[in-house]
Design a protein around this ligand. Structure first.
Ligand code: PXG
Length: 445
């Protein structure tokens, strides 16, 4: 199928948009413009077909151009485009929360709506502080994040995050009292692990060390991604997450899983917490919640957390937090239609079925020049390249650009090529993605 030709902006028409997380000058000199999408594919403004190996930005889990979602959103907009959810409500918000509560790990059946992953993270951090305060433990104000963590771009999420480029320009404004666990990436011990690496569960014990330093009574919450995405697909060593859970429980510290990427089927179950059988106290989501069609996020809370707020006079607001667009009707409609598709097509568990083929295809790249590690789980993958001397990231950036020229959209972070195809991916797509990647890596310097 070819795309309808779309008006392509001239170079000067690219100036005004200050692009996020982008090398603006490089992009504007070599624009990559997407104009249409359907199923596993994008089409560029000049009509080239691009296979999407990253689900947009880890969000279009049911693939592109899902008319059911478009129709649900159009119908909602034509019926009621907006309704506040402060001291008011609308039926779709409650229906969606109920549907999500049924999907979530047992007990995580209270849902707070946001508009993005960043807002979900900052919401979860605020809930953690207010929860302890509501129980008379208001001195618990510290957060523990993790090196290489990514929790969005709010001040809270940036503070608990652990990617240096995201932090350094803002270091004066980081939240006080935040500490970080060590990350779990260790190519020396774990290179080319298939699935979860065996080495490294003991790294969770670093939490005990931080508790020894700060005292548990000062710590509100620990936040980690069950599988770190942005920093290049970093997997939890076997037993690591269970150990974190045990330590948090022992010391009355809340455990927050940031499932913005892992939520909605990426790992083979609806959520990583179900796949890894470790239940956090709070869980942040976004992205796949609406298949990327309308911005929306959701924070899931254990009922005990919600209940801790439900005291004082009945007419008093319990949590002074929320967004104008929390549970926006169009977003609720998109999410409900998305959940219908996930259920009908079995997409939330599809990564478990096709995961082995994904793993085998990716690991066939072992031995290709420059490849120093391959990581995978469910329908996530990463190929790590040896960095060029004094030019970290340059080799993988070139691979990203050349793959795009060759019709495959990937993500690059540092010297890692990250992959997270829509969950509708078929073996023939996997072959095309991995073969293109192999051809590109083989010929670059
Ligand atoms: N938490 C996690 C774990 C994320 O991956 C966010 C929070 C923030 O979500 P919003 O919706 O505010 O962007 C994210 C976002 C990449 C990449 O390719 C990943 C994200 C965003 C952009 C690029 O690594 N994740």
């Amino acid at each position: 199928m070819s795309a309808q030709p779309t008006a392509i902006p001239s170079p000067s028409e690219l100036d005004s948009f200050w692009m996020p997380f982008t090398a603006n000058r490089h992009f504007k000199a070599h624009p990559r413009l997407l104009a249409r999408a359907e199923g596993m594919y994008y089409w560029t403004a000049d009509g080239r077909e691009i296979i999407d190996a990253v689900a947009g930005l880890w969000c279009c889990n049911a693939g592109h151009g899902r008319h059911e979602i478009a129709q649900a959103v159009a119908q909602q907009l034509n019926t009621m485009e907006y309704a506040p959810t402060f001291q008011m409500g609308h039926p779709a918000a409650f229906e969606l929360a109920n549907r999500l509560a049924k999907l979530a790990p047992a007990g995580m059946d209270r849902v707070f709506f946001t508009n993005s992953g960043s807002e979900s993270v900052d919401t979860a951090l605020k809930i953690a502080l207010a929860y302890h305060r509501a129980r008379g433990a208001g001195q618990r104000t510290r957060f523990i994040g993790r090196e290489k963590g990514y929790h969005g771009v709010g001040f809270g999420g940036t503070s608990v995050g652990g990617m240096v480029n995201n932090r350094k320009a803002f270091s004066a404004a980081m939240l006080p009292g935040v500490d970080h666990l060590p990350h779990t990436l260790d190519i020396g011990h774990n290179a080319f692990s298939r699935g979860l690496p065996h080495w490294g569960a003991h790294l969770a014990n670093e939490l005990e060390r931080l508790i020894g330093l700060h005292d548990a009574s000062t710590i509100a919450a620990v936040i980690v991604e069950p599988v770190a995405g942005s920093a290049g697909v970093i997997l939890p060593p076997l037993g690591y997450l269970k150990r974190l859970r045990e330590i948090c429980t022992k010391h009355d510290i809340l455990l927050i899983f940031d499932e913005v990427i892992t939520g909605f089927g990426r790992l083979g179950k609806p959520f990583a917490s179900i796949e890894f059988e470790v239940t956090p106290d709070l869980m942040t989501t976004a992205k796949g919640l609406t298949n990327g069609a309308i911005p929306m996020g959701a924070v899931f809370a254990q009922r005990k957390i919600y209940d801790a707020f439900m005291q004082g006079p009945e007419s008093a607001i319990e949590l002074f937090h929320g967004y104008t667009y929390s549970a926006h009707p169009a977003a609720c409609a998109a999410a409900l239609a998305t959940l219908d598709i996930y259920a009908k097509e079995g997409l939330l568990t599809r990564a478990a079925t096709i995961g082995q083929q994904w793993e085998d295809a990716l690991h066939a790249l072992r031995g290709t020049s420059h490849v120093i590690d391959i990581r995978n789980y469910g329908l996530v993958g990463a190929v790590e390249l040896e960095p060029r001397p004094v030019k970290p990231g340059a080799r993988a950036f070139e691979v990203f650009l050349k793959c795009f020229e060759a019709g495959v959209m990937t993500r690059q972070t540092g010297d890692v090529i990250a992959l997270s195809p829509p969950l509708i991916v078929e073996p023939k797509h996997i072959t095309r993605i991995v073969e293109t990647l192999a051809e590109v890596i083989r010929v670059i310097e």
